[in-house]
Design a protein around this ligand. Structure first.
Ligand code: NAD
Length: 499
């Protein structure tokens, strides 16, 4: 898409970029009813980008009304899957046409390297929308094998109005994992992007309307979590919440549901991924390199970041040495430079949170192997260098809590059973990895790890056809794959008496 663009080209484009910065309700941009706004800041420089409408209860209510009206009219919910497919394919084509702009919005809003936005976030989001568009006219309902004097039709129906609450680390991609299956199955949506990253989602909504998604089907209300997010979670006419974010906030949504209309809730929450490297890994260098990318990619702001390196004592030093080498080429740089591999933390709060964890690690007695500091402060931006702790105990705060930054905790183990025990000793269960050339160890370890995704001799592999989601307090429900459609449909059994 944009491989040929230089840093200067990206900066030129950034200067001439215009921002969509209001609520998108009923296919129109409108100010928040309160007239309030919040500042969207570029974390690479600490400078403001634009003022964005601070949606609140009243705006959520307007968006839900628009979504409900569209759903009840059937303009999207009751048309043939093949018709929705045409519109969603046009939507994906428009995303492709505006891929450079979408990548730029993502990078400016959250500080991730433009190389990542343009080669990971945007193409995978487009692929996701296309995949669900292509799937929807190939799915059949069922007839139950009942007695011959009746037919029981088992049909999947859309839920109605789906509220999607999105985090800031991959705004477009996490959004697309929800928008793809929710729209393909015929629902209307109200999307609440994170306050740190509303810009790409607002542009996306406009592209959806241009593609022909009918008025009211796809609404976006930017705003704060405690206001707009809570209003969506507690709304009496929202049928389901699909949430990606922290475990702490995920639990709020369970409460909101219980205290309102018992809306369906699915949660994609935090993680503390154990990356287990055994001494007999098929290629130790490759394992160590993957471990480095597994924690430093996207500044470590990744739910499944391999934040706990659980490594066999005898190979620990070799593995850490390789990670140190990879970290040297991952030093933070200007996110608009295509050569940059690590950008800025999303905001000052997140940077300080991560620095606080680094301090806590040292205080608890872990050994700072390298990194640990804020860098590039002269830019006004929020950068932290790749950081590795050695000698970590799994009971320490840095091994138990999700840091969501470029900080690796190294823990050693005695035997595979010990590695599994340490790996599972956390409230999270999103992902895990194991590196070994012994097929028995690989199978037994991967089976014993309590995680929704387990990688064997690889890290962070994924495909739209394979489900993603957590065990334990990493949440429930799955994004991606045909299984994601379960979250956006409900089964209706219709009995037809034929006697
Ligand atoms: P967050 O939980 O702070 O916010 C997520 C969303 O919830 C945002 O839109 C926010 O505005 C909203 N929110 C915040 N407080 C709220 C409240 N009181 N009521 C209602 N809504 C509220 O998470 P974040 O900091 O944006 O993202 C980082 C987190 O997301 C990490 O924990 C990460 O692991 C998780 N995450 C999980 C996955 C996954 O697939 N499991 C993917 C990406 C990120």
């Amino acid at each position: 898409m944009s491989a040929a663009l230089s840093r200067e080209n990206w900066n030129d484009r950034a200067r001439s970029l215009s921002y969509r910065n209001q609520c998108f309700i009923g296919n129109r941009f409108v100010s928040a009813a309160s007239g309030r706004t919040f500042t969207s800041t570029n974390p690479a420089t600490g400078k403001p980008l634009t003022q964005v409408s601070a949606g609140d209860k009243e705006d959520v209510d307007r968006a839900v009304k628009a979504a409900r009206a569209a759903f009840d009219k059937g303009v999207w919910s009751r048309i043939a899957g093949a018709e929705r497919k045409k519109v969603l394919l046009r939507f994906a084509d428009l995303m492709e046409k505006h891929a450079t702009e979408l990548a730029l919005l993502e990078t400016l809003d959250i500080g991730k390297p433009i190389g990542d936005s343009s080669s990971v976030d945007v193409p995978l989001s487009i692929q996701c929308i296309r995949w669900y568009a292509e799937a929807i006219d190939k799915i059949y309902d069922e007839i139950a094998p009942t007695e011959p004097n009746a037919i029981s039709l088992i049909r999947r129906e859309p839920l109605g109005v789906v509220g999607a609450v999105i985090p800031w680390n991959f705004p477009l991609l996490m959004g697309s994992w929800k928008i793809g299956p929710a729209l393909a199955t015929g629902n209307s949506m109200v999307v609440k992007p994170a306050e740190q990253s509303p810009l790409s989602m607002l542009r996306l909504a406009e592209l959806a309307a241009e593609a022909g998604v009918p008025e009211g089907v796809f609404n976006v209300v930017p705003g704060y979590g405690e206001t707009a997010g809570q209003a969506l979670g507690r709304h009496m006419d929202v049928d389901a919440i699909t949430f990606t974010g922290s475990t702490e906030v995920g639990k709020f949504f369970l409460r909101y549901s219980g205290e309102s209309n018992m809306k369906q809730v699915s949660l994609e929450c935090g993680g503390k991924t154990p990356n287990i490297i055994m001494a007999d890994a098929p290629n130790l260098d490759a394992a160590a390199e993957a471990a480095a990318w597994g924690i430093f990619f996207n500044q470590g702001e990744v739910c499944n970041a391999g934040s706990r390196l659980i490594v066999e004592e005898s190979v620990k030093d070799a593995v850490l040495e390789k990670i140190r080498k990879v970290a040297q080429i991952l030093q933070p740089g200007d996110p608009l430079d295509p050569k940059t591999k690590m950008g800025a933390m999303v905001d000052e709060t997140q940077m300080n949170r991560v620095l606080g964890y680094i301090e806590a690690g040292s205080k608890e007695g872990a050994k700072l192997a390298f990194g640990g500091k804020r860098v590039r402060s002269e830019t006004g931006g929020y950068y932290i260098e790749p950081t590795v702790f050695d000698g970590v105990k799994n009971s320490m705060k840095i091994a138990q809590e999700e840091i969501f930054g470029p900080v690796l905790s190294t823990i050693t183990f005695k035997d595979p059973a010990d590695a599994v025990k340490i790996g599972n000793d956390t409230v999270y269960g999103l992902a895990a990895a194991v590196w070994t050339s012994d097929i028995n160890k690989a199978f037994k370890t991967s089976a014993a790890l309590r995680a929704g995704v387990v990688w064997v001799n690889c890290f962070d592999n994924g495909h739209i056809s394979s489900p993603f989601g957590g065990f334990k307090q990493s949440g429930f429900g799955r994004d991606k794959s045909l299984h994601a459609m379960d979250k956006y449909t409900q089964l209706k059994a219709t009995w037809i008496n034929i006697s």
